[in-house]
Design a protein around this ligand. Structure first.
Ligand code: ZN
Length: 309
């Protein structure tokens, strides 16, 4: 059954794709964020292979060849130009993905940062449902983020939401890949936790869940590492609250739930900057769901404009 047939049944669907540094997730997403025919696989990092695989996946999921497509990408995405500007290990900067997928033939293809896509999903059907002003921090290998104000993602000039690059050590911090020192990504990401575990002399590769378990049992070394990991994150969250005062902060990404739990060991520093914090609930599917919802919302806008003409 193709998308046109599905539309005839009254359910609109879009292809939603979430491209991570390692894994790719794709599926058909309906207006309620429901997933069908998911595809989970390793991402192809070379430019030509990536382009070919995306075309193939979209063709497999949408046999109508005209349904909307949303793609969340790591790194910086210029949503005005609909282009990836930098995407970590993926060699896809300036790759004309919308054109490759038929964008010039009128197909809706929307690109955005993966965290911005995940935020859309959490606001629609996840932890931030019912909230208008939301900050999402994605805690994984690095730290990403996205903000929504008045129910809409904040895009700024091009790259709003680079929340991993909030400075938490003005002097003396570690060098970040952005070129500055002391960004929260260098202190509170998954990579940072691995370093803290090593430096503390704990077993190499000890996971956050085990640290939390040891912390709950009163293990002093684990508690020290948890405070070192979560303290700067608490500081970054307070800075975000000071800057934009969201209704809610959501912690997502592969370590979102663990970072949320670790904040118990890093109490707030100021009464001024407190807002509710929650762990994301959609897990690894959030980016894919949000990408589909983004494409559906954009397609609906275009239909509205055409009708207005
Ligand atoms: Zn940085």
């Amino acid at each position: 059954m193709n998308l046109i047939a599905r539309k005839a049944e009254g359910r609109r669907q879009a292809v939603g794709i979430d491209v991570g540094g390692t894994n790719l997730r794709a599926a058909l997403i309906d207006e309620d964020g429901r997933i069908s025919t998911p595809i989970y696989e390793r991402v192809i990092t070379d430019r030509q292979g990536f382009a070919q695989r995306i075309e193939t996946i979209v063709g497999l999921l949408d046999q109508s060849s005209s349904g909307p497509v949303g793609i969340g990408l790591p790194g910086r995405v210029d949503v005005q130009r609909n282009r990836a500007v930098s995407a970590g290990y993926l060699d896809i900067a300036e790759l004309p993905i919308p054109e490759l997928l038929g964008g010039e033939m009128g197909r809706v293809v929307r690109l955005d940062n993966d965290a911005a896509m995940a935020l859309r999903a959490e606001m629609a059907i996840g932890a931030a449902q019912g909230f208008s002003n939301v900050v999402l921090l994605t805690i994984g290998t690095g730290i990403g983020g996205a903000c929504a104000m008045g129910g809409k993602p904040v895009q700024g000039h091009s790259f709003a939401g680079q929340l991993g690059h909030i400075t938490v050590h003005a002097t003396g911090g570690a060098l970040c890949k952005c070129g500055r020192y002391g960004c929260v990504e260098t202190t509170s990401s998954g990579s940072a936790l691995g370093r803290l575990v090593r430096e503390a002399g704990l077993p190499e590769g000890m996971r956050a869940a085990e640290l939390l378990q040891r912390g709950r049992a009163g293990d002093a070394l684990a508690l020290t590492v948890l405070r070192q990991w979560a303290g700067p994150l608490r500081c970054a969250i307070e800075t975000l609250i000071a800057a934009i005062d969201p209704d809610l902060i959501v912690l997502g990404g592969g370590l979102g739930a663990e970072a949320f739990a670790a904040l118990d060991y890093a109490p707030f520093n100021s009464e001024w900057f407190q807002r509710p914090i929650r762990a994301a609930i959609l897990g690894d599917d959030a980016g894919m769901i949000g990408a589909g919802l983004c494409a559906l919302a954009f397609a609906a806008t275009q239909v509205g404009e055409a009708a207005a003409c």
